[in-house]
Unconditional design. Sequence first.
Length: 135
Amino acid sequence: MLYTDVSVSLMQNFVAILLIFLLYRYIQRKITFKRIILDILIAIIFSILYLFISDASLLVMVLMRLGWHFHQQKENKIKTTDTANLILIIVIQLLLVAVGTIISQFTISIIKSDFSQNILNNSATDIAPILVFGT
């Protein structure tokens, strides 16, 4: 996890969560303007929540999705494919952030000619925007 300014973290969280929602809608083939606006509003809420509980907010997102499926269903059956798609997208996003952190750390190390272990802590504000555009 990168410890940066609140505004940089909020931007990074918003972009990551919005990309999760957009990819999820793309897989569902339900991309409309109204859904994109709703997803932006939900991404804002979850990005603020992400500041407080970190990756656990992604678990809350999955649990809320499961609850929404229960609410919509007349029977007590869950559409596991939709939830499995959402979980898969979240796992891919987490892996991309991990790989992006490593690549960004290496890039900053080359630029600053500093290959110490502290480069991630010292340059977190520089690395976070690279991560946003890299993922």
